[in-house]
Design a protein around this ligand. Sequence first.
Ligand code: GDP
Ligand code: MN
Length: 378
Amino acid sequence: MIVPENIAKQLLSRYGLSVPAGKIAQTPDEAAAIAQELGDRGVVKAMIPIGGRGKAGGVKVCRSADQVRSAASGLLGQELLGHQVGSVLVEEPVPIARELYAGVVASTATDRIELILSLSGGVEIENTATQDQSSLLHLAIQPGDLLPVHRVRQWLRQSGVDLNALPDLADTLVKLYRAAADLDAILLEINPLVVSQDGRMFILDCKLEIDDNGLSRQPELAAVYMASLSERELRARQLGVSFVPLDGDIGVITSGAGLGMATLDLLKQSGLAPADFLDTGGGISEELVKGALELVMEPPEVRGAIINLYGGINRMLEAAKGIRAALQNITGDRPVVVKILGNQQEEAWAMLASEPNVHVIRVVQTETAVAKLAQLLN
Ligand code: GDP
Ligand code: MN
């Protein structure tokens, strides 16, 4: 999960890191009221889960509450970098003397926690880093290691960083590392990490992505995660299936993530656009398949569906019962192509043979099922 910027900043401030004062606004008036609290000024930042806002016009430094109101009204409801702006963060402006970049990355390539630092951070970091790899400093840390501040100081000194000019840097990096470790972060990226004109170090922007597998020990973040889910995603969780809504119009149910990915690829190749990725996981039951098909077919724009199950020892007759039960509640003449293999496959095929709108594929190849669906929809 990508933790919303304002929540990530609150979490970081608990580690003794300085973040600008600020609040979330959903309307221009709310934004102006926050700007008043901040002394008739504020920086308006579009709340979208990706970077690059600065260059795209999603960050506006304003000198009055009125300016904040109009900046917010220009951003709210707009689409920015492919994301709808539903809220803005209004923050106290920080007078910037210097912009750095700091990152903490859980690297699966090296099995280490990598601390990354660049002395030239800001909106041009990608260009700077690509042009000059040596501008990025790395420190690899064994996961679980305590990172004493003297070790960071030594690394910075050896890397040629002038610590007199950046007296708080080592301490800030240690706090970032501790926060990332505690929060099960996959990525914690501060760009820019700024030195203000009065010499203080601020977390001006922050991207925090945490490992969802760690949510069981992060109750606070688990609540944020649950609140971020749509009604359909919550239902998928209750069913016990993995579900990712996509923007196409073909419902997809598969058993196994690999089979699911292959099915999505084949649909795309034949010109069909998946409306979701749904993986039933191992325990296929009537209830689960019924719930899954209802979930997938619920949006009226879904034109048809493919069910691709490789059941193994799971009883496929149960899956067939689930499909039949779901179709009783599903409206519209929409084709459902069913390819199910495994224990009791013949019984399953026989049960579905007489179902209107169901097309049973009795071969192993997913290509055949996808071709059938494409033919039915064209
Ligand atoms: P991003 O482009 O999505 O990463 O958005 P950021 O939040 O990092 O903002 C982009 C740029 O806006 C930063 O690199 C700063 O140069 C500038 N900026 C953001 N906040 C402030 C601020 O409080 N004061 C000033 N002067 N500039 C800011
Ligand atoms: Mn940034």
